[in-house]
Design a protein around this ligand. Sequence first.
Ligand SMILES: [Zn+2]
Length: 425
Amino acid sequence: MSVNYLIRGATLPDGTTQDLAIRDGLIADSTDGEVIDGSGLRVLPGLVDIHTHLRQPGREDAETIETGSRAAALGGYTAVCAMANTDPVADAAGIVEQVWRLGREVGLADVQPVGAVTLGLKGERLAELGAMAESAAQVRVFSDDGHCVHDAAVMRRALEYVKAFDGVIAQHAEDPKLTVGAQMNEGEQSARLGLAGWPAVAEEAIIARDALLAAHVGSRLHVCHVSTAGSVEVLRWAKSRGIRVTAEVTPHHLLLTDELAATYDPVYKVNPPLRTAEDVTALREALADGTIDAVATDHAPHAREDKECEWAAARPGMLGLETALPIVIKTMVETGLLDWAGVADRLSHAPARIANLDSRHGRPLTPGEPANLTLVDPSQRWTVTPDGLASISRNTPYAGLELPGAIVATFLRGRATVLDGKAQA
Ligand SMILES: [Zn+2]
């Protein structure tokens, strides 16, 4: 039998304080059951990450679906979209079903596989998009993330193909010809450090092209990890034209800048790279005004040997699931840019809609809805210690940083995946 819960006096995203009952997996008017003191706590709809790397199959030494799901639950997430750049690549029905099933068996978060756009992420021939959509995993988001779908004709065909089932192409916007050998953001810092630069235009040009293609085809485009002020301008233009484009920003691009490359510590190496303070300001404003729809972690675990080496040899990517909400509180809430209703939108409602998960996730916190929710103590501050994280990998850029906001509890369909800040399996 499932445990029922009564959360007493927690504050909803709209600022009202009330009791919240969880009965038989649903939000209810009232219930008998375990009482949780919600005073001083914020309740949010379960967070949804549209961009997570879980590394299984292939790199179980860096992360598994189990450890990544645990990290997700501890970060307040009830659903994560697992990117396709595994080994083998998730470009066929069998592999996405395997990932989906493993996620169900673990049961700490709904793991929704993202399908590759092209076979083997090679950018040449379309993957089995229809078969993945019709599989048990019901894939709706397709991405070659890690690589850009660079060939405009391939991108056009992919956009056309997914229209039939309201799918979306999530583009890693990077013109590969403009970023050959790139090690960090191209600008003053890269010139000073003598590292090859990744110019903003390599991202902005692809977003502009893809927005035009999406408009031409009448399909839906999602832009992964937007990182520059210029990209924000392109997105504003596309949205003002009524083009169906959505975009995400990562917590690290909301906080960190390219000055950290001067440390030569590969923990700060990421793709797209950390940009300038002006870019960070533009990204925060765009997330506040809705030009950027959602926060996505781009959680990218890497084994020690891939990260604890020279900058040039290190793989790009950072952990993100367990620190995403605290970083958003620090950069957006404590700065007055976003209220809690905005947090609920950008980290739950909007990503659930983009990923077509909104029949189950990112729902309003009203009776009869699935009890997918998270309880946050915004007044609690904690210091990030890599060994204290649930991920197998240790590549967090926030080690030693004090962050606001602790996840107290997470519920997935009424079952506590986290209680008193501790994972329940
Ligand atoms: Zn990417």
